[in-house]
Design a protein around this ligand. Structure first.
Ligand code: TTP
Ligand code: MG
Length: 360
């Protein structure tokens, strides 16, 4: 039987107060206490807080001094990013025991598409339960899971009964569920959007259903069309497993097999401009970890010269790399490529969090 028209089974897993939970695991004396992970100095910011601390209103991205006003006994722990990555890798390998169709969103969060699995007679609920158990056995950390026919609802569901929750929205329940769902639960609807919708008298997805698609598109562009669907519990986005990009480059071939160093030097500014355009469009600019020049000589030998550098490379830096690469062959060539290496999304995430702490 074809499974094409059957509802999909999507699981969204999100670890509970992830960084804080890892810190408590590593120092059990913190168990049950209000703790937060972040910078301790005056200008410090929190990455997250334990559920005990959240009772006082302490939240992610809150300045440390503000959190201490809300909860004077709050214990602030400095982050240990490498540890979070280790635990994240354990969780990912558990996911891979179940399916290949995994889309990680961050260190502690992922979508899994379990449509068509035969385990537990195909019950996504039981599969999610088992994954939660496996995570706990392997890491002693708790996760919350949401099970639904699409990504939008699975994510809403995993957040519904946090911490250590499991919430299922079956296809039959979707239309009733969304009627009372506040629009702010739609991921992508932030404070500003929530305010704009409120001005139109819209608080829930049920209210949102009253607006015509054309009107939503007119007001919110492409995003309006997505809102129209979300309001009805519809989301056709696939769980995207696409392997992540590791480099980005622009290449130019010299058709007559006789590119000389001066030919390329002349061409380089144009190639560089094209490279900048591609980089801008790609959305990976933040993940640059190095830069390289590649030359293919007329005899098809290839050489690459590269340097580690997290900055956006300048034209000058490519000129220098080119000279080095050329010096290795000193003969005419067929192709030149310039580009950047990219760090993994996880390393980028860790780097971004680390940068916040370096200012202290
Ligand atoms: P989240 O999953 O958003 O939060 P959480 O796991 O701490 O709590 P919850 O139980 O609500 O899921 O983020 C995962 C980790 O990412 C979090 O532990 C710390 C980090 N993080 C930041 O560094 N800054 C931020 O602003 C947020 C939201 C998270
Ligand atoms: Mg989390």
């Amino acid at each position: 039987m074809s499974s094409q028209n059957l509802p999909r089974k999507i699981i969204h897993i999100d670890m509970d107060c992830f960084y804080a939970a890892v810190e408590v695991k590593d120092d059990p004396s913190l168990k049950g206490l209000p703790i937060a992970v972040g910078g301790t100095s005056g200008r410090g910011v929190l990455t997250t807080a334990s559920y005990e601390a959240r009772k006082f209103g302490v939240r992610s991205a809150m300045p440390t001094h503000r959190a201490l006003e809300l909860c004077k006994d709050l214990i602030i722990v400095k982050p240990h990013f490498e540890r979070y990555k280790e635990e994240s890798q354990k969780i990912r390998s558990i996911f891979r025991e179940y399916t290949e169709v995994i889309q990680p969103l961050s260190l502690d969060e992922a979508y899994l598409d379990v449509t068509g699995l035969s385990l537990h007679s195909g019950s996504a609920t039981l599969i999610a339960k088992e994954i939660k158990q496996r995570i706990y056995e392997e890491t002693q950390l708790t996760a919350s899971a949401g099970v639904a026919p699409n990504k939008f609802l699975a994510k809403v569901a995993s957040d519904w009964r946090k911490p250590n929750g499991l919430m299922v929205i079956t296809p039959d329940q979707v239309s009733d569920f969304v009627v009372s769902l506040p629009v702010k639960k739609i991921s992508g609807v932030g404070k500003v959007m929530e305010g704009r919708l409120k001005d139109l008298g819209i608080k829930t997805c049920g209210d949102l259903q009253g607006l015509e698609k054309e009107e939503l598109v007119r007001r919110f562009g492409k995003w309006g069309a997505a809102l129209y669907n979300y309001a009805r519990g519809v989301d056709n986005r696939p769980v995207e497993t696409s392997s992540e990009r590791k480099s980005l480059s622009v290449e130019r071939t010299f058709f007559e097999d006789k590119g000389t160093l001066s030919d390329v030097k002349e061409e380089l500014p144009k190639i560089y401009e094209e490279f900048l355009k591609r980089l801008e469009k790609s959305g990976v600019k933040n993940r640059i970890s190095g830069q390289f020049v590649k030359l293919k000589f007329h005899d098809f030998q290839t050489t690459t010269h590269e340097e580690k550098n997290a900055e956006l490379p300048s034209l000058k830096s490519y000129q220098d790399l080119l000279e080095h690469a050329y010096a290795r062959g000193e003969r005419s060539f067929r192709l030149i490529g310039i580009g950047v290496r990219l760090m993994s999304i996880e390393d980028y995430e860790i780097r971004r969090s680390q940068l916040k702490f370096e200012i202290e």
